[in-house]
Design a protein around this ligand. Structure first.
Ligand code: AKG
Length: 280
């Protein structure tokens, strides 16, 4: 038995996304945000200057990025640096995200990611052998939190057939002013637009992005604790956070590994096979 009602499943299938309110408890949120505070405090910013930008992905060619698939790695906001190359403000408000294996390495994140309710949700969606391929703690920092351009998660986490689902947990209220998610309802029905692949030169897309009309997007404003379930082909994005409030989120991307093939051109190339949440 899964966690979703028939109405929720119907809505997910027609819209391509679903909001589940109060999915995480206050305790779970506190445990994850407090642990992240500690990890950031312990992080030495001089050890890396990796920047995460969805607009300029050529920057993501370094080993630090590739190795982050199996580590807890730190990525800065583009706008965190001054012309002299130094951080303009404390590291705590300069990071774009931490990823991509929090769900394996950090107990607080592992506990939530492999909880019975997460498994139950994937069962509801028909997954037979779900594997979390990546996790990200996204800060969307006040004032400088960068735009995430319109995309589909299947572009980055590609299996044949396509099976990626995004689980995006709001750790703080996500609003119009602090950069909530936006999506084009029903856009998942139009298939995958382009693929993001890795070769000997780094990472790139196989074709340019189509242009999207802002009026087709709807905002997904949610309270802390809400989970947004995102179909792998849903076109979604978020705008810059120009407000004085952060918008922390914890995002997981899950694929089915039962009868589905992980594409060898994906940027994630695991040395150690990840464990499934369950096997049906
Ligand atoms: O948190 C955001 O602003 C975007 C996250 C996203 O697109 C994702 O996790 O797939």
């Amino acid at each position: 038995m899964g966690i979703l009602s028939p109405d929720q499943l119907k809505s997910f299938n027609s819209q391509g996304f679903l909001v589940i309110e109060s999915f995480a408890t206050d305790d779970e949120i506190q445990t994850m945000t407090k642990r992240m505070e500690q990890l950031v405090d312990e992080f030495d910013p001089s050890s890396t200057a990796s920047i995460f930008s969805t607009k300029n992905q050529q920057k993501l060619t370094d080993d630090y990025f590739f190795e982050s698939a199996e580590r807890v790695s730190f990525f800065f906001e583009e706008k965190a640096f001054g012309d002299d190359g130094n951080l303009k403000q404390p590291k705590q408000v300069s990071l774009n995200k931490v990823g991509h294996a929090l769900h394996e390495i950090e107990p607080a994140f592992k506990k939530f990611s492999s909880s019975e309710k997460t498994s139950s949700l994937m069962r509801s969606l028909g997954y037979k052998r779900p594997v979390i391929m990546q996790s990200m703690y996204i800060f969307k920092q006040p004032g400088i939190g960068g735009e995430v351009v319109p995309h589909q998660d299947n572009s980055f986490i590609y299996t044949e057939p396509q099976t990626c689902t995004g689980l995006w947990l709001a750790l703080e209220d996500a609003t119009l002013s602090n950069g909530c998610l936006w999506a084009i309802p029903g856009s998942h029905k139009n298939g995958l637009v382009r693929k993001f692949y890795r070769d000997e030169d780094g990472v790139k897309f196989d074709r340019p992005s189509p242009s999207y009309d802002k009026k087709d997007f709807v905002p997904i404003e949610v309270k802390a604790g809400s989970l947004v379930v995102i179909h792998g082909n849903l076109i979604h994005q978020s705008f810059e956070n120009q407000s004085p409030k952060s918008r922390h989120a914890y995002s997981l991307h899950v694929v089915d590994t039962d009868g589905c093939k992980w594409a060898s051109e994906n940027w994630i190339r695991r040395k150690v096979e990840p464990e499934p949440l369950y096997v049906n």
